[in-house]
Ligand binder design. Structure first.
Ligand code: F6P
Length: 323
C-alpha cells in the first residue's frame, strides 16, 4: 500500500474518557509528519454524510483533560448496511481521505473492517470503558471508569456499615463483567455478578450473606454488572428471602464521563501516535492493542475473530478475598 498523506479520524460507539487524548495524538503526530488530518463528527454517521472538517494542531489544544469526545460519537444504523459502508467510502474519496483512524469498541472495529473490505484502509484504536475487546489487554477509558466506580463504592460502603445493610451497586457493562469484577476486587465486595457467569441466587447471594452474618460482617456489598439482572427485583428478593435490608445505587453514565486518568491519557497518546505512523507507512487494516503491557498491532480480521477472554482468575480471587 502506498504512503498515506491525508487521513481521517473518528470516534464511534459509546464515548470513553481518554478519547480526546487519542484524537490529540492523531492530529499532532500527523502534523509532525506533514500529513493532512480530517476530523469526522459523530462517527460513521458523519463519514456517510460528509460531516468532515480539516483539523489543525490548535484544534486539539486544551482537550486532553476533558472526558467525552470533541468529535462526538454515534451508533450508526445506516452504516450497518453495505450501502452505508459504500457511501462512507465514496464520501471519504470526495474529501481526499486515503486512510482512517477509528477510535471505539468492537462494534466500531467491525465497521472499520467493513471499510477495509470496501477498499479504505483503517486502523482501530480501542476506546471503550468495558475493556472487552479480545485482541487487547487494555482499552481507553477503562481505568477512568473503574476509578470513578471505586470512589462511589467506597462511599457507599461507609453507610452500608453504619446501617448493617446490603447495598447493590450496578455498574456498566451490558455484555461484559470487566468493570464489575475489577471494581469488586478493588472495593472488597462480597459478591460480583457478571453476565459471563450464570447466577444462582442461593449459591452466589443468600449463602454468602448468611455466612458473612455468622462471621460478624457489618455489611454486604454486591457489584452487579448492567447486563445481569434487574436491580429492583434483586433488592426485593434479598429482603424477602434473606431478610436483610437492601438498597440499590445505579452508577450509570457517571462512569462514562470525567477527566481521564494518567493511564488512559498515556495509552491514548501512544495508540493515537502509533496509528498515524502505521498509516504514514502505508499499513492499514490493523487494530492497535496492548499485549504484555506494550503497544502492538494485529490484522483487523484476525483481531476480531479472537475469542472473548473471561478472567476466571479474577473471579476466583474476588471470592477468596470476600470471606
Ligand atoms: O460500551 C460501553 C457502554 O457504556 C456499556 O458499558 C453499556 O452497556 C453501553 O455502553 C450503553 O450504551 P448506550 O449509552 O448506547 O446505551
Amino acid at each position: 500500500m502506498p504512503r498515506i498523506n491525508t487521513l481521517g479520524v473518528l470516534t464511534s460507539g459509546g464515548d470513553a474518557p481518554g478519547m480526546n487524548a487519542a484524537i490529540r495524538a492523531v492530529v499532532r503526530t500527523a502534523k509532525y509528519y506533514d500529513m493532512k488530518v480530517m476530523g469526522i463528527r459523530k462517527g460513521f454517521e458523519g463519514l456517510i454524510h460528509g460531516d468532515i472538517f480539516e483539523m489543525s494542531a490548535r484544534d486539539v489544544s486544551d482537550i486532553m483533560h476533558r472526558g467525552g469526545t470533541i468529535l462526538q460519537t454515534a451508533r450508526s444504523t445506516e452504516f450497518k448496511q453495505i450501502e452505508g459502508v459504500r457511501r462512507a467510502v465514496s464520501t471519504s474519496k470526495y474529501f481526499g481521505i486515503e486512510g482512517i483512524v477509528v477510535i471505539g469498541g468492537d462494534g466500531s472495529f467491525r465497521g472499520a473492517r467493513d471499510l477495509c473490505t470496501e477498499g479504505l484502509p483503517a486502523v482501530g484504536i480501542p476506546g471503550t470503558i468495558d475493556n472487552d475487546i479480545s485482541c487487547t489487554e487494555y482499552s481507553i477509558g477503562f481505568d477512568t471508569a473503574i476509578n470513578t466506580a471505586k470512589e462511589a463504592v467506597d462511599k457507599i460502603r461507609d453507610t452500608a456499615t453504619s446501617h448493617e445493610r446490603c447495598n447493590i451497586i450496578k455498574v456498566m457493562g451490558r455484555a461484559s463483567g470487566n468493570i464489575a469484577i475489577n471494581v469488586g476486587i478493588a472495593t472488597g465486595a462480597e459478591a460480583v455478578l457478571i453476565p459471563e457467569k450464570e447466577i444462582d441466587f442461593t449459591r452466589d447471594i443468600a449463602e454468602p450473606i448468611s455466612l458473612g452474618k455468622k462471621r460478624n460482617k457489618k455489611h454486604f456489598i454486591i457489584i452487579l454488572a448492567e447486563g445481569v439482572a434487574d436491580s429492583g427485583d434483586l433488592e426485593k428478593r434479598i429482603e424477602a428471602e434473606v431478610g436483610l435490608e437492601t438498597r440499590t445505587t445505579i452508577l450509570g453514565y457517571v462512569q462514562r464521563g470525567g477527566s481521564p486518568t494518567v493511564v488512559d491519557r498515556v495509552f491514548a497518546s501512544q495508540m493515537g501516535s502509533y496509528a498515524v505512523e502505521l498509516l504514514r507507512d502505508g499499513i492499514g487494516n490493523r487494530i492497535i492493542g496492548v499485549k504484555g503491557g506494550r503497544i502492538y498491532d494485529i490484522d483487523i480480521y484476525e483481531g476480531l475473530d479472537m475469542p472473548k477472554i473471561i478472567r476466571d482468575d479474577l473471579i476466583e480471587l474476588s471470592k477468596i478475598l470476600s470471606i
